[in-house]
Design a protein around this ligand. Sequence first.
Ligand code: FES
Length: 530
Amino acid sequence: MAEVFISPLHNIFSHFRFILTLRSEERKYHGLILFRLSSASSSARYEDEGADQRVDDLENDASGNALNRQIYVMEATCPHLGAEMSHADIEEYEDSVVAVCPWHRYDFDLKTGKSETGLRTCTYTVQIKADPETGEEQVWMEAPQGGRNWRVVELRPVSDEFADPPPESTSSLSANGMATPHAQETTEPVVPEKNPPKTLMEWAVLILNTPNPTLKVERTRYAVHAFRTGAITSVGNRVAHPPVPPAQPPRETYMNIVEPGKIQSGKRKNKAVMLHALANIEQWAIDLAWDIMARFGPMHKDLPPAFFADFSKMALDESKHFSLLRARLIAFSTPYGSLPIHASLWDSATLTSRSLLSRLAIIHLVHEARGLDVNPKTIEKFRKAGDKESVDVLEVIHADEVTHVTAGHRWFVWMCEQQQLRQGGLEVNPVQAFREEVRRCWHGDIKGPFNVEDREKAGLSREFYDDLKGEMSYTDHEENARMTINKTTKSAEISPEETQVEQKQGNTEGPIYTDGIQKALAAVQVTYET
Ligand code: FES
């Protein structure tokens, strides 16, 4: 039986639940949840018993005490209608432990995957083994079918709700993890009293239309938690008239929005200015995560629930990043909003608003991947300045951003697979497709130096980006650009049929840049190369 190394055992003592993503040599992805049922203290006792005893226990899960010592791995989404299982209730019965889906309460045996409804999910045998050379205790799992050389590309806690021991304070989250009724700095409630959103799409559009940065964060926390725990049980992308996202999310009137070039580069050496620029990017990044769901969900009704799980997780991460950076700004007496900001990242969003393939390529595999290249240098600047608190924040952000590029890669590959199916099996190679997107939708070189290691972790091998140059000429495409911008205002209304016609005409798969090229390129520089 092929096996996959998950992690040293001690790494999973920090939390009870982990998001676990695997990728195979053929670029297939597999989303899983790892549940650890024992407390850290009993795990520590357990560690003293030795690896052989643990393997025995894991194989003997029906025996009394073993139930609270086990580690289980199961599919990340429910086989019924695709709910995320990260917040499933765990219930113990005499001879089994089940995960109860938060949406419709079907329960699945953590060992066999069976449900009394007749449905079944995949579960994977877990073993704890001692490394023969170092003696380190390690967690291994049975490899999934349908791929070769699976490896872990993401293992991180579901959230601090499952920290072990629980954190003393959960900031603005109440005990059950829901947002407080009113966000700071605004009297507007997190959940609108009139017409509260009922679906994920409605929440996405509400959050996109929320200019207050604190309220945007609070609403993101609330909506993602509600989606994970079953308070929202519908994505809402298949309804006849889904809500339409704004062409550009509004900002508070007090924010001073300027062109990227107007933010003077010399001042960026100032730590507070750098942190402010990064906080601004995180605000747009929250919007980008909601926008990709709200804009493309209705255009691609076949997108699986895992797509919405990935991008709602991304929205939550970005809101965490913003909050961490805002706290650092307060330490520098420079509140968020006290310095000018730019909206360049949204220019790339606008210009990729008609094609999910283009959006994934340009936002997630060009812009965000560039972030992986430059983040380490930014972290080094703060380290040299002796600012350990900011270094800690930026390291958290960087680790999360690797998983965001991974999500971009995962869904870019998925789109290529769908296109291949539509073409009757005619191969659509993701590397070639990405390079083609960049050639058509970008202007100028994809610049290095590259963080090859972290790009590779995210699925971007060198063949994706080496010697790659965008060939878009904006002067040739002014008319198409106007069409793109006009269409953006009603993009959620573009039907799949219309999209197909436009694709045949060569109009859709590829955003058209005019002055957006310069702004988008400037965004990469200004955004990341602080
Ligand atoms: S029981 Fe899980 S989605 Fe319905």
